[in-house]
Design a protein around this ligand. Structure first.
Ligand code: GLC
Length: 453
């Protein structure tokens, strides 16, 4: 391992990730924010940083973090059922508490009375959970074929060797004490080496890079440690210029993110971790709509859950995962093994294309409300600029024939007409329906200015 690291530093790029294919096809991942903050239901790490809660009071939550009902096998099963293909869990958040078995001690602040500073700051030594919480989950995820992702906060507000602490104070400036910063780097790089060698994640999800520059973090060393251990490991793009994919957070990008690969991370309510006071859950329809948007732009959704301190997943979040499971298994062909859909202008909505682009999937929001028994209502949608002739159109999950007509086609012109499709409302999915449009050949698009050519 050491030799590989040496060479990778000499020749960066030799150990570049080679396999991002699984990630581009994964489409759905589950993010897990779990930590001491679930005990009081405060915000993860930010509670003390932003001085909502005093640091000592925040860290005292460790004494009750017991993970007494933690069932990693159950978690892995629930994640699998949701249709997700990967899972990213907080191995260490900004508060510095590791959920895995780190052997490296955090430099404790002098007046520290929050943890036993002669032991590492991990759930094993500092909480009644008394065990590694990451290894058993990774094992179970592997058994069910879910890729393992490790969230790791570069910044560590609990370490006395780290400059940042509270929002309006800092321990020191790097330029004034490069040796202290060097100590922090050794600690942080050491922890990443532990994760790489003992846990071998398929994906690393770094966070907190905004506090320092790429040179200060020594992102190149981090990248090398990881790829020397596993050349195929994928890194998110929060190591400044390093990493394989962009990570817009909470809100959908309007234009395509800079990197080709990207993933939207999203909370189900307004918080990453467990907060019983936050009932502002997004509806199943809203979440699936956002997911369809990601699919249409060729990205992934990393949907977050925040388990309670004992390891149970809140009911509302279970219901969401369950609904994702129903929807993803029904519409699997429109989700996995697809690429981004039609460019703007052809369809007012989200769409995906099969890899050979001979099948187009149109996502249609279902109308709300109930239809009277015996009634028949249809929802018209339309497509423009499709030069290829559809050979068949279906509503996924229904056997009812779908009517469609092409309007405005001029026989002698190459410009296609507008394709109107009638969707029987009573056959639609309760949330988002998918219309499958099949062609004999890869789809041909007309991208002109209208008129006759
Ligand atoms: C932000 C927050 C952090 C959260 C992360 C998830 O960077 O600092 O609390 O874990 O977003 O994307």
């Amino acid at each position: 391992m050491k030799i590989a690291l040496f060479f990778s530093l000499l020749f960066p790029g030799v150990f570049l990730a080679q396999n991002t294919e699984w990630f581009s096809q994964a489409k759905l991942g589950i993010f897990i924010h779990w930590g001491m903050y679930a005990v009081d239901g405060t915000s993860e790490s930010w509670a003390f940083h932003n001085k909502t809660v005093p640091y000592d009071e925040y860290m005292a939550q460790m004494t009750s973090f017991d993970a007494s009902n933690y069932d990693p096998k159950l978690w892995a099963g629930i994640i699998k059922e949701s249709g997700a293909k990967y899972c990213v869990i907080t191995t260490k958040h900004h508060d510095g508490l590791a959920l895995y078995n780190t052997k490296i001690k955090t430099a404790a602040p002098l007046k520290n009375k929050n943890w036993q500073s002669n032991k590492p700051l991990s759930v094993t030594f500092q909480t009644p959970a008394r065990r590694d919480l990451i290894a058993p989950l990774f094992e179970e995820l592997e058994k069910v074929g879910i890729k393992k992702g490790a969230y790791y906060s570069l910044l560590d507000w609990s370490s006395d060797d780290y400059p940042g602490f509270l929002k309006d104070s800092s321990r020191y400036l790097i330029d004034n004490d490069t040796i202290r910063w060097q100590h922090f780097l050794e600690f942080m790089h050491g922890q990443i080496t532990e994760l790489a060698t003992n846990y071998n994640p398929d994906l690393y999800w770094f966070d907190g890079d905004w506090e320092h520059t790429e040179e200060q973090w020594q992102s190149i060393v981090i990248d090398s440690i990881i790829h020397a251990n596993n050349p195929n490991a994928i890194l998110n793009g929060r190591l400044k210029s390093f990493g394989d994919y962009d990570t817009p957070e909470q809100n959908m990008p309007i234009v395509h993110p800079e990197r080709k690969l990207w993933e939207l991370c999203l909370t189900t309510n307004d918080n990453w971790g467990y907060r019983p006071t936050d009932n502002h859950y997004k509806s199943h329809f809203e979440l699936l709509s956002i997911f369809s948007e990601c699919l249409g732009m060729g990205g992934n959704l990393l949907l977050d859950i925040g388990p309670k301190a004992d390891g149970t997943i809140p009911e509302e979040q279970l219901a969401i995962l369950n609904e994702f499971g129903r929807w993803t298994s029904k519409h699997a062909e429109a989700i996995y093994q697809t690429t981004a859909g039609l460019p703007p202008g052809h369809y007012h909505g989200n769409s995906t294309l099969s890899k050979d682009s001979s099948t187009l999937f149109l996502f249609v929001a279902s109308p709300k409300g109930k239809l009277e028994p015996g009634g028949k209502l249809t929802l018209p949608i339309y497509l423009k600029g499709i030069s290829s002739q559809p050979k068949q159109i279906d509503l996924i999950g229904s056997i009812e024939p779908i009517q469609f007509t092409e309007v405005g086609k001029i026989s002698w012109s190459t410009v296609p007409g507008t394709l109107f499709i009638e969707i029987p409302i009573n056959e639609m999915d309760p949330q988002i329906s998918v219309i499958k449009v099949q062609f004999d050949q890869p789809i041909q698009l007309y991208r002109g200015r209208g008129g006759f050519h």
